[in-house]
Ligand binder design. Structure first.
Ligand code: ADP
Length: 624
């Protein structure tokens, strides 16, 4: 079965075992018959070690080995025509282009061997393929260079494998006669007469196989021809190797040139894009120095590219934003973050400021390339200016509303108090007149002094009447959320907070009960307390200017609002006086804010008080 199905190794083992069986039973003749078959099988399979083992173990087998399947040319060194050898050698070794070498090689081999047909088999990666096929036509040899897979209809498979394994040359003088390979499908069907198969070996390594055949005559491949062919084969092995290396090199070169061209094209596209972009684009080294900048970048900042290259990102940043820029660079170098988006101020060459929206990406170092930043900036100065103006307007508005209230109040107070004051002055002058001269009219004087007292009391009444007005004023009542009301005020004081470099902290309790009262009046109170706090910190330089606004649940259903600053505070003795009307320590102060605020809070049934902090500053609190 093994033989029928072409499993030559199984067939060999079966024969060897059958031989042992016969030996054990004393059937020596049969045993040798099996051994002989086994040896043939191993030979065909290429298991030369097994063949050697059998020959050593059973020397008698060799006498029976009548079939000489292989003729190697190793043993037949013959004289060669030197001229032909030189010609062939030169022709083959001079060719470095693989295709042309193969062409030449096949031509010489087929012509010199007198073959009808020739095949060159070369390895392509793991596989062997037919690299060229030559056929002798009427009067010329036709070579077809190709790359075709091998079929059993192309050449004797078993012969080829034998040559590849043993790296020995094989000549079949007359393949029609029984040989080791006569079982081969190709030989059985095509019946080639003369066959020659040469391995192309360089330094013990198989570089290819040359297969030649002639179907017309036996013994075509004579000894003389074989000698020359062997030479061609060894020369071809070397040249083929070089040609293939060369081909690989050419391919590699082409690949690299293509890659380089693609890279150049891509680079060109990007640099076109960068150059024509209206956004400023720059590359920055890890130490902050500029590597390159596009035109828009240069125009935005007023520096030329070479001026930028001698400056760092920090140097052309506005002082207040330098620390942040340096922090970004340090962070990126430590690999903490790669992508940044922020707003910052640049210092133009002419000393003016430019607000920019900055997108920066850090590209870390790879191999020999050190890392760099790509930076894309857009000028947002206009937008920033508009925002600043808006904030200013808001602050002005807040100020105006405060001043207006105060101003109106002051005007009416002045008006009310002016009359009694004028009376006092008039009466005082009259008294002086009555006291002058030799007989002062004391009755008139005491009358005038009584009027003075009356006017003084009236003036005092006016003031307390004013305060009473706030107390009694029928406040508009509505139910509202104190946190929301505070947040509205906080928006109003935002630019004041920034201008004074105050850190604003909010600590608003959730789930507070809503309050009932005049929302606008109470907002006025909060605005007052916050602006007082900010003013109290305006001279503070040695510590943080911190303003805390807190809401909490007080006793029962009370809500407690706290405004705490870290300002200069006040004397303990003044703790109550600061709530008096006209008590002020400020040059332009009216001294009315706190007294009005207390009136408003009290008219809502609440309490407003002040205390000094444990640390610096004061805390104002009111309940509702
Ligand atoms: P004005 O602000 O016009 O002086 P106020 O009635 O609002 O009037 O304040 C009265 C005085 O109370 C202030 O001049 C100041 O001396 C003191 N005062 C108010 N708030 C604070 C505060 N947060 N810290 C220290 N002193 C304050």
């Amino acid at each position: 079965m093994a033989r029928e199905n072409g499993f030559v190794h199984d067939e060999g083992i079966a024969n060897e075992l059958a031989a042992q069986f016969c030996f054990q039973r004393g059937l020596e003749r049969f045993a040798y018959s099996y051994l002989y078959n086994a040896r043939n099988c191993y030979l065909r399979w290429g298991a030369l070690g097994k063949v050697k083992q059998l020959d050593e173990r059973y020397p008698a087998i060799e006498q029976r080995n009548t079939l000489l399947p292989i003729a190697t040319i190793e043993t037949r060194i013959e004289r060669l025509d030197l001229g032909t050898v030189m010609e062939v050698s030169e022709a083959v070794s001079g060719e470095i282009v693989l295709e042309q070498l193969v062409q030449k090689l096949m031509l010489i081999a087929v012509e010199h061997a007198g073959a009808e047909r020739g095949l060159l088999i070369l390895p392509y990666g793991e596989q062997y393929r037919i690299a060229a096929e030559a056929r002798t036509g009427h009067d010329e040899v036709e070579v077809q260079v190709q790359q075709a897979s091998m079929l059993s209809s192309d050449l004797p498979d078993s012969l080829l494998r034998y040559v590849m394994r043993t790296q020995e040359n094989v000549i079949l003088d007359d393949a029609a006669v029984q040989t080791l390979f006569s079982e081969d499908e190709y030989i059985r069907q095509r019946r080639p007469r003369s066959v020659l198969c040469l391995p192309l070996v360089k330094q013990g390594e198989l570089k290819g196989v040359l297969y030649l055949e002639n179907n017309l005559a036996p013994r075509v491949f004579t000894t003389k021809r074989l000698g020359l062919l062997k030479l061609i084969a060894s020369q071809a092995a070397i040249s083929l190797d070089h040609a293939r290396l060369y081909a690989d090199l050419v391919q590699e070169n082409n690949d690299r040139r293509n890659a380089e061209e693609a890279l150049r094209a891509s680079e060109e596209r990007w640099s076109m894009l960068a150059e024509n972009s209206s956004a400023g684009i720059a590359l920055i080294a890890p130490d902050g120095r500029y590597i390159a900048a596009n035109l828009a970048f240069q125009e935005m900042l007023g520096y030329t590219e070479s001026e930028l290259q001698s400056r760092t990102a920090t140097e052309i940043t506005y002082e207040e934003d330098r620390a942040a820029t340096e922090a970004h660079i340090a962070e990126a170098q430590k690999g903490r973050r790669r992508v940044y988006r922020y707003e910052k101020r640049y210092l133009r060459k002419d000393g003016t400021l430019m607000w920019a929206d900055v997108s920066s990406v850090f590209v870390p170092a790879t191999g020999s390339n050190s890392g760099f930043f790509t930076v894309v900036i857009t000028d947002i100065t206009k937008r920033k200016r508009a925002e600043e103006r808006l904030h200013q307007k808001e602050a002005e508005l807040a100020h105006i509303s405060r001043v207006t209230t105060m101003g109106e109040l002051a005007a009416s107070i002045a008006h009310e108090v002016n009359q009694p004051l004028a009376g006092i002055v008039t009466n005082a002058k009259a008294s002086l007149n009555w006291l002058a001269g030799d007989s002062p009219n004391l009755a008139e004087v005491s009358e005038a002094i009584r009027r003075i007292i009356r006017d003084g009391n009236r003036a005092a009444d006016v003031v307390s009447h004013m305060r009473g007005l706030f107390k009694k004023a029928e406040a508009a009542k509505e139910r509202f959320d104190i946190n929301e009301a505070i947040e509205e005020i906080v928006i109003l004081i935002q630019s004041e907070v920034q201008r004074n470099k105050v850190t604003l902290q909010m600590d608003l309790a959730s789930n507070l009960p809503s309050v009932v009262g005049d929302r606008v009046q109470l907002q006025q109170v909060m605005l007052n307390l916050m602006l007082n706090g900010i003013e109290a910190m305006s001279t503070v330089e040695d510590r943080e200017r911190a303003l805390l606004i807190r809401t909490q649940q007080g006793e029962g259903s009370q809500v407690c609002v706290t405004v705490r600053d870290s300002g200069i505070g006040f004397d303990l003795q003044s703790a109550e006086r600061i709530f008096d009307s006209f008590h002020t320590t400020k040059a332009g102060g009216l001294g009315l804010g706190l007294s009005i605020s207390r009136s408003i809070v009290e008219s809502h049934g609440g309490r407003l008080w002040a205390k000094l902090n444990d640390g610096p500053g004061a805390t104002f609190q009111f309940t509702l």
